[in-house]
Design a protein around this ligand. Structure first.
Ligand code: PEP
Ligand code: MG
Length: 325
């Protein structure tokens, strides 16, 4: 099996009925690139930039960030690289920011909420991203977007820094796409409105599932409620995909679910254009997709949406494609 996967490393991902779906990798630092290149990723679907800010005593400088982003886009040689702006808070802490403790950190001051208040931190990151944008195919993604106001405010700061760089004589790309993560149910439900103001969506199921079922992703006692195959979760994915396509935008997924063997036929059927996963899942997923027809995955997904419970969805997929290994 390993030898068969290795042969796929240089291939595009194609379903049995010749539909392309992009398989990208999630990374945390430029050090992860070696595995990404070895496993034949068609791009980076999620670069979690928080690691640049963690395990140190002060914020990373613009130069330091620029160097990291530039290295990643250059080594990906024109393949798409989605870089997510700082997503701190929740389970990820930065002691040097001295943020007060919260009763519900996952519902609190995190990610874009913090960045829009700490403009100094956010603008520095946006400048580094804009400067790196001329060295490859860089796309910016904002995490934890709940409202259109947040999206507009973030885009405004990006435009503002772009104009400043231009006035300083520094080049930035005019082609850089700007997208959002869909990890809050409000954003999935209102995807139609968001679709008109973004270039792409990437569904972050790690958070989307916890918020949809109100089950803390870190809490073992409620882990039984953390259900990727819950029909409500699938319905949200469908809403996002349909809204995106209606407006000519692409939609990906970068939560753990994107690399899950049982979920993949459903995600293909729901119309996702890109799946981003840990590098080691890419070749198995490419091999799996080569044996699946999209024309069969679409009705399968529609049938899954009509099921009452997650277990029935799982059984439906496994009855058709076999038990996950
Ligand atoms: C997600 O929420 O699905 C996601 C990819 O982001 P993170 O796991 O970093 O919260
Ligand atoms: Mg998340």
């Amino acid at each position: 099996q390993k030898a068969e996967w290795a042969k796929l490393a240089t291939k595009k991902t194609m379903t049995q009925d010749h539909h392309h779906i992009e398989l990208a990798a999630n990374i945390g630092t430029p050090k992860d690139l070696e595995g990404v290149l070895q496993n034949g990723a068609e791009g980076i679907g999620l670069y979690r930039t928080e690691f640049l800010y963690m395990d140190r005593s002060e914020l990373p400088s613009e130069e330091e960030q620029f160097a990291a982003y530039k290295e990643v886009v250059e080594r990906m040689e024109g393949k798409p690289v989605v870089i997510r702006t700082l997503d701190i808070g929740g389970d990820k802490e930065l002691s040097y920011l001295n943020l007060p403790e919260e009763l519900n950190p996952f519902l609190g001051f995190r990610a874009i909420r913090l960045c829009l208040e700490r403009e100094d931190i956010f603008r520095t990151q946006l400048r580094a991203l804009l400067r790196a944008s001329v060295f490859g195919n860089l796309k910016v993604m904002f995490p934890m977007i709940a409202t259109l106001e947040e999206l507009r405010a973030a885009k405004h700061l990006l435009e503002d820094e772009k104009a400043r760089l231009t006035s300083e004589g520094i080049d930035t790309s005019d082609e850089m796409e700007v997208g959002i993560m869909v990890e809050i149910p409000s954003t999935a439900v209102a995807a139609e409105q968001f679709a008109q103001e973004v270039d792409f969506f990437s569904i972050g199921t790690n958070d989307l599932i916890q918020y949809t079922l109100a089950a803390d992703r870190m809490n073992e006692r409620v882990a039984y409620l953390y259900q990727p195959y819950h029909p409500a979760v699938l319905r949200l994915v469908q809403m996002v995909a349909e809204a995106a396509h209606k407006h000519g935008k692409w939609v990906g997924m970068c939560g753990e679910m994107a690399g899950d063997e049982t979920a993949i036929p459903l995600l293909l059927g729901l119309g996702l254009d890109e799946l981003s996963m840990s590098a080691t899942s890419i070749l198995p997923a490419r091999s799996q997709l080569a044996s699946i027809k999209r024309s069969e995955a679409v009705p399968l997904a529609l049938e899954a949406l009509r099921k009452g419970i997650a277990e029935e969805v799982k059984q439906l997929v496994q009855a058709k494609y076999g038990q996950a290994t």
